[in-house]
Design a protein around this ligand. Sequence first.
Ligand SMILES: [Zn+2]
Ligand SMILES: [Zn+2]
Length: 896
Amino acid sequence: MDKKEILKEFSSNPDRYYKVNLFEEQGFVRKSCSKCSRFFWTLNAERDLCPDDADDTYSFIGEPPTTKRFDYTQAWKQVEEFFVKNGHTSVSRYPVVCRWRDDLYFTIASVVDFQRVMGSKVVFEFPANPLVVPQTCLRFKDLENVGVTGRHFSSFCMIGQHSIPEGDKGYWKDKCVDLDYRLLTDQFGIKREEVVFVEDVWAGGGSFGPSLEYFVRGLELGNAVFTEFQGELGKHTTLDQRVIDMGAGLERFAWITMGTPTAYDCCFGPINEKLFNKIGIDSDSEILRRYFTEIAKALEKFEDLNEVRRHAIKKAGLTDDKITKMITPLEGVYLIADHLRTLIFAITDGALPSNVGGGYNLRMMLRRINATISKLNLKLDIDDLIDTHIDYLKDTYPELDEKREDVKKILKIESLRYEESKVHMKKKAEKIREKGVPSVDDLITLYESDGITPEYLKEANAISEIPSSFYSKLSDLHQSENKKAVTELPVDQLPETDALFYKDDPMEFDAKVIKIFDDKVVLDKTSFYARGGGQEPDHGTIAGFNVINVDKHANVIVHQLKDGVPKEGDTVKCVVNATRRANITKNHTSTHIINASARGVLGSWIWQHSAFKDDDHARLDITHHSSLTDEQVKQIEDAANSMVKQNLQVSIEYFDRGVAEQKYGFRIYQGGVVPVKAVRIVSIQDKDIEACGGTHVKKTGDIELIKITKTKRIQDGVVRIEFVSGPTAFEYIKQQEIELKQKEQEDAQKEILAKRREENKQKAREKIPMLLEKILDGESSADGDNSEIDEIITRNKMCFTASQQYDEYFHQNFGKKLVAKDPKTAFCGIFESGPTIRIMVHAGEQSGVNAGVIAKEISLILGGSGGGDAKFAQGGGKDTSKKDTAIAKAKSMILG
Ligand SMILES: [Zn+2]
Ligand SMILES: [Zn+2]
């Protein structure tokens, strides 16, 4: 929809769309900007320019238009007090991780809190009407502006004033604008003439309406949107639910009363000062006032941020010295304070820095903080900064205080990991540079398994550009996981299947065949659980035919049969495989238990990422930063089994979605968004409460036993826990015990053998003098009656052995002594030592043998290297497949 068209239409009829009682009462006049011709409302009849074009733009810097001064947290107290006094309910902020919308990762506006997607429609669910909320919103679009412009944040508090006019509740335009005007003038003490309202429109998601933006000295403080219509302009209709969506920036409310050079100066509490002191910034407020006023004005004029900066520097008359000693460090301090505040909110609400989805933005922000710290050469204690932030914010946001330690832990791990990965990433980048251009698939593998982004590779000159298909391919890969789409069947005309598994859940029942599609059957009612929420479908029989699959198409349950189908209209006997169902149910309930246990053991950032529950195995993927240690796995398993042992009640209740959210919080959305108004809440007392549509045991004791069989970090930020429960767990343990026993036996056997070998070697060492004597006496293997000498083949006083009963000590000493006693002799031994095959050669001076040459050549055969001199040399290699070749060669070289 073209916003310009709508604005033109609405502004051509201002009485209908924009004129409110307040304007009449107070004597506001409507003017058109002499520069841009936008329409605005003002008490100053002389005023010709809209707030963006007027000369007083940002003149509040250094000269605030209020008598009262409020910093960030004080400003919220004022706003809250005002709206509560005027009949509003003050609602706590919603999480910044937008768990209730699967099209958004982070909460980007206060109105999003109350939007729920139902099919293709967005509906509003207000926990109170009217209400006000201090909603923290995350936006990463203008990250390069943060710290530089004086007013851009990566997260900010949107004061949300929301109302739906229905009956005696809520209100519409007149009251809204009246409240906003009185908030500025009465509560904040801004002079009446300072307030200017500008006509605008809002359009999105198929609906639209007029809006009034309100400004003071060129600073837009808020925007009251009146969402009233739907459809195309001209063909539009009025919405059933008209909504007031007034969003205002709390940071700006504080700023206008403080008149500080930037909004950062009055919104981060004592953190800035702490950092200024640390760096020793020379903060001449007169220069800063001039500089940031110029920045604010130039922002409207130039597209490019560098240009804005250059322009302001020139206008404010800053020297290079002032820029390096004052502006650059200031920008760094603001960036650190801003990014850290955003990370605190996001991690408190359960997000983790990673390479996936919104986690990527968090990782990038922490890296920007670290880069700034090293650029400015700062020695900062991040924990201390986190404390300062939270101490300042905890009155407004007490939940931050509860997660203080978790935030510290996550940021510490993430910073450390970055430091560690730098070396690895550099090496990888070098390798890639050598290999040539990597394919898109290579890049995806690098990204997913090593956490190396193509941006990093580009920075490191390993690739010249990021292939345009990279991100689309990556998102396709991640989508296909969810897209195990059921082939759509034409079920529109069929009645909704009566789902007995949510009722008395009989394992045998009679049902009427409503419809047949090839091998698929639709019944009027069914106890067969249809695949959903990671739970595999029930099996069993319908009219004697085996049920091999069950899926849900909208509200119709479709059974797939094997080897035949009944006739439409027949009443058939249906039997659910009760054992399979019982096992699946145990595994399913165990995912709740393991999820809760993991959260207890590991930390508040643990969320279900996804889950799969079959009858003989199951898995739960959780959001966690590192691989699990054996100790952690044991703790989780113990905690889970303790819940089993306590035999806790598993209860199921239906709630209105809004009620459930208010009562239990957004933790209920472990399995993702719930697209229905009545949510099914499954609670294991107060230990785990989730919205879930699966089948569950009645008491945790029914599960009997949970056994974790394997854990693995499957992607950055996600750990998979594989487990079994109930009879399968007992079976697993039995199998484990058998395997353990087998292994023990094998180990014992091996030990005996090793011991025997050791004894033999010892015996061999003791025989050295006797063997020497025999060989020097000329006894040879040819005699055949001497087994010891058999092991050492001799020919013309040349000795060779590859017998395993001799160890290194033997070869070393025997050979040395032999050639010392008779310089005509030589000795070569080949023996195994660990994974290598070694060779040792001793050659007497008159033997005519060169020890070095032999050792070198044999080692080469064995895939290793050898060295020494003509008298003594040794070597070896790991290629055991060449052992026989090496022995044959050595034998021939020594014995001739
Ligand atoms: Zn204008
Ligand atoms: Zn469940």
